[in-house]
Design a protein around this ligand. Structure first.
Ligand SMILES: *[C@@H]1O[C@H](CO)[C@@H](O)[C@H](O)[C@H]1NC(C)=O
Ligand SMILES: *[C@@H]1O[C@H](CO)[C@@H](O)[C@H](O)[C@H]1NC(C)=O
Ligand SMILES: *[C@@H]1O[C@H](CO)[C@@H](O)[C@H](O)[C@H]1NC(C)=O
Length: 610
């Protein structure tokens, strides 16, 4: 055993120091990041490869490292090729006076970006990447072409947290060939580097502790009113990124809508003039037109200016950033760290996946949202998004406020607004949860009344139909559950020794659904490892042997599942706004009376109702 350990120790001693000393010796003089001689890793043994379906071809020559290369065949500016330093953070800071050298051939119509990881140096936290800064490759190519030298200091990122180098922002459908990527200590004699052009800051996350911001891109004018209503009800402020063309379009009333939004205290910011992939435009003039066109629309039609910009399609490249920074002092290019993926799910039969995406990104630490109001399928989840964020204890605000921008309106003023809002009674105020709230005289045909909080795995129902246990058990089913319990409360044939013919239930649906929601949420809070909760109550006549209530709970382990199931039942008996009436054999129906549900305890002993 000991000998074996010793042996390994010696082997390590032989292998590691030589490698380490080599890199120690080499590092100050620069080092090779990638020579493209291996298909999936670079010289640092980190991943390299294409994203976004970029077509590539490798030429790999085992005998001669200098002859390896990768050919890129881009056809849009989102195509990218990354060569990675590390999945965590790679410290480039002691090379800050050195140069990135790229040996290439073919087109130089692209962007080179240096990516920075997030604060946790963890690719599974959001945002990933943390940010990046970019240079326009063609500004840095040597006279004859073939080489690009960029001072590392031209990338305004935290060099201690470098994660990868990316080649992207291709604006011509021309082949680019990469031969080598390295860090070098000196520039060749005849090479000059241009000055750094400002590129603004690309932000994916809020700065203010515990803040959270919705960055909402243009949508369907017909849904704007609905969005405004939700924002009013939930009393939050957000940021809208607005396309100039939409404001000018006389067939929409977006100008009125956004004027009203501004008046209500929301932020309105730039989203280009006609919504193209700006980095893909051929000339700087075209890029300029997108910026100034959007600016003029905001200025002329809404009377505002903004240095917050959301790039159409999230497409970002060096030329677009440089032009933006030429027109706007210190622009913020606002990307995101929470993507509800409306573009992916809103028009499928699984629109609830937007909630899942939202929850996933918040759980990873994201706090700056991208979403659109293009379809009702997204807007209908907006309240739920807001609720999830609030539930996490986040404070929702405009993007300029979450960036701690000194020019942003004071956060205090929004709570003042809250107060004036409460003083100003709104006779037409809509209830918060309009989809589930109905009048006490809710007609029977409006049932079943359901609340399905799929993201929380909570299913609630009030129905006049027999309870379907197959469906109820399917709702709470979860791969991480080891215990699934189902409780059915059924009508007995006797009550206090008198024969019962049937039971009848009635309910005040708006309150009952609210109470059920509270009970279900408390289950997750108060018991360990709960995976799903479903509570269904039947209303109307429930014959003997049939179920009036079904409670299903799934949990990792059976103990908490049993206990939670019992607790849910007792709480329902105690609190739920459901009343019952027994009809006894030999008695006329009208002689029965409505009583509170809780007339016996769990052992069948009578309890006084309060
Ligand atoms: C915009 O038009 C819609 C109808 O198309 C209308 O309901 C809404 O009130 C208008 N909004 C504003 C702010 O004028
Ligand atoms: C924008 O943010 C998303 C989500 O964090 C990220 O996947 C994407 O790479 C970012 N865009 C660019 C151009 O870096
Ligand atoms: C109960 O639900 C299951 C699953 O949703 C369904 O297949 C079945 O037809 C339902 N049964 C009744 C009687 O509605």
């Amino acid at each position: 055993m000991k000998l074996f350990t010793l042996l390994i120790y010696y082997i390590l001693l032989i292998i590691i120091p030589t490698n380490a000393m080599m890199s120690l010796r080499k590092r100050p003089r620069g080092f090779v990041i990638d020579d493209f001689c291996k298909r999936s890793v670079n010289k640092l043994r980190s991943w390299h490869g294409p994203g976004e379906n970029l077509k590539v071809e490798y030429d790999q020559n085992d005998d001669d490292d200098d002859e390896c290369l990768v050919r890129l065949f881009p056809s849009n500016p989102d195509h990218n090729y990354h060569t990675q330093f590390s999945y965590s953070c790679f410290d480039l800071s002691r090379h800050r006076k050195m140069f990135l050298h790229v040996k290439y051939s073919g087109s130089d119509a692209f962007t080179i970006s240096l990516y920075q990881n997030n604060g946790a140096c963890n690719p599974f936290r959001a945002p990933f990447p943390g940010t990046m800064d970019s240079v326009e490759a063609s500004r840095y190519t040597t006279d004859g072409g073939g080489d690009i030298y960029v001072p590392l200091s031209h990338f305004y990122i935290d060099l201690k947290r470098a994660s990868s180098i990316a080649f992207h922002g291709f604006y011509k459908d021309e082949e680019t060939v990469l031969h080598k990527v390295e860090i070098v200590k000196h520039l060749p004699r005849d090479v000059d580097v241009p000055r750094k052009l400002p590129t603004g800051s690309m932000v994916l996350t809020c700065k203010r502790p515990n803040s959270f911001a919705f960055g909402i891109d243009d949508g369907d004018p017909r849904l704007a009113q609905k969005v405004m209503e939700i924002l009013d009800d939930e009393d939050i402020k957000v940021t809208f990124f607005v396309v100039g063309q939409g404001l000018r379009d006389p067939s929409t009333n977006l100008t009125e809508v956004y004027s009203e939004m501004i008046e209500k205290g929301h932020q309105v910011a730039l989203h280009s003039d006609t919504h193209p992939r700006m980095e893909g435009l051929q000339t700087e003039d075209e890029i300029d037109d997108e910026i100034t066109g959007g600016q003029h629309a905001l200025k002329d039609l809404l009377g505002i200016e903004s240095r917050y910009f959301r790039p159409p399609y999230g497409t970002i490249g060096a030329r677009m950033r440089q032009r933006l920074a030429a027109h706007i002092d210190d622009p913020y290019i606002v990307n995101w760290s929470v993507d509800v993926e409306d573009w992916l799910w809103a028009n499928t039969n699984e629109p609830w996946r937007q909630l899942k995406a939202f929850r996933r990104d918040i759980d990873r630490g994201g706090n700056l949202v991208v979403m659109h109001y293009l379809t009702w399928n997204t807007v209908k989840y907006f309240r739920e998004f807001i609720r999830i964020a609030k539930h996490k204890g986040k404070k929702i605000m405009r993007i300029d406020q979450c960036m701690m921008d000194p020019d942003a309106p004071d956060l205090m003023s929004s709570s003042e607004n809250q107060e004036t809002k409460m003083l100003r009674t709104r006779p037409d105020a809509k209830p918060k949860n309009e989809e589930s709230i109905m009048s006490p005289t809710t007609p029977k045909e409006n049932y079943p009344q359901q609340i399905h909080l799929t993201s929380e795995n909570i299913y609630l129902e009030l129905t006049y139909s027999p309870l379907n246990t197959t469906r109820i058990l399917a709702q709470i089913n979860s791969p991480s559950a080891g215990a699934n319990i189902l409780f059915l409360g059924t009508t007995r044939d006797t009550f206090e020794n008198r024969p019962v013919s049937q039971l009848s239930y009635t309910s005040y649906a708006p309150l009952a659904l609210k109470t059920l929601t509270e009970i279900a949420r408390a289950t997750f809070r108060d018991h360990e490892g709960i995976k799903g909760v479903s509570i269904s109550h039947r209303l109307g006549v429930v014959p003997v042997t049939e179920a009036s209530i079904a409670i299903a709970v799934s949990a990792a382990h059976r103990g908490p599942a049993w206990r939670a199931g019992e607790e849910v039942l007792e709480k329902c008996k105690e609190r739920l706004e459901v009343w019952k009436r027994e009809e006894f054999v030999g008695e006329r129906p009208e002689e029965g009376e409505w009583r509170a549900n809780r007339d016996t305890d769990s052992r069948g002993r009578a309890v006084k109702s309060s």
